[in-house]
Design a protein around this ligand. Sequence first.
Ligand SMILES: *Cc1c(COP(=O)(O)O)cnc(C)c1O
Length: 341
Amino acid sequence: MIDLISDTVTQPTAAMRAAMAQAKVGDEQRGEDPSTTALCERVAALLGKEAAVFLPSGVMCNQISILMHCRPGDLIFADESAHIVNSEAGGPAVLAGATLCALAGRHGMYTVADVEAKLRPAKRNAPKPRLIVVEQTVNRGGGGIWSLGDIAALAAFAQSHRLRVHMDGARLMNAVVASRIPARDYARHCDTVWIDLSKGLGCPVGAVLAGSAETIEQAWVWKHRLGGAMRQSGILAAAGLYALDHHVERLAEDHVNAQRLAELAIRLPGVRLDPTDVATNLVFFDVQASGLTARQLCSRLLAHGVRMGEESQSRVRAVTHLGISRDDIDQAALALESVLT
Ligand SMILES: *Cc1c(COP(=O)(O)O)cnc(C)c1O
């Protein structure tokens, strides 16, 4: 099976498993797990923040950040394609009691003007604008990279309106490798920022949330409340440390493979995509003109041993990752060709 459904399907490599097996561990809740402590210090330094906390998932990083930034009724600005809008089971409303303002951006990205257009004069009966969320890279928006300039402009706007900025950095390291801009440069503009270990970095579990020392102290309180505090988490943190040493630069291969898939796919009848839209490891294409729905296409691809994701009626998503070689891409394109012709 050539599995392009997501970069979450990556399996820990033998070397990563060996690093996990050898990890020094202790009770994380007591601050006694040396591997987890090392991972948090490493990610805090990478992101240019004072502190970081290891959490079970990216969703928990988002939800804890929202809980810290927002009070019930507060307003969160995010692109309408954002993970917190579509894929977190309404968590902001359930947990923080926050209201989402989903902006119609372009390719998952929006500008100061888009936020300004939604800002109402402060009134007793209006939800209080509180938080701006930037997804780097954008996922359902198409895998694109927010420019540093756009993030800086939003952050300056946020500061002048007393809003906070949160970065959902599930694939921030993909943006770093593709743009050659250091993670801390993107993170500088954000009050809270996290990276996922279990996507392209290839770890089995985990994400790390960074911010000021005070913020991370508060994040720890929420980690306890939500049941996210762990014990010998060093087994998992060791995978993260291994990934930061060995799986960051190789993300460039995933980007080359994604570009190759896009260039092969665009030649096929019924496929609509613009390879210049493929900035990282996510490839989206439209198949409406093929006469097949995305679901039909994906199920026929499965019969050829290739798994892609149905994003909508006519939109398909394919994700490259460390389990996918250039050969796999060529085979996936051949399978796509037989399904479409
Ligand atoms: C995957 C993803 C998340 C959630 O991360 P998990 O570790 O799966 O909980 C959040 N935001 C974006 C953009 C993602 O792609």
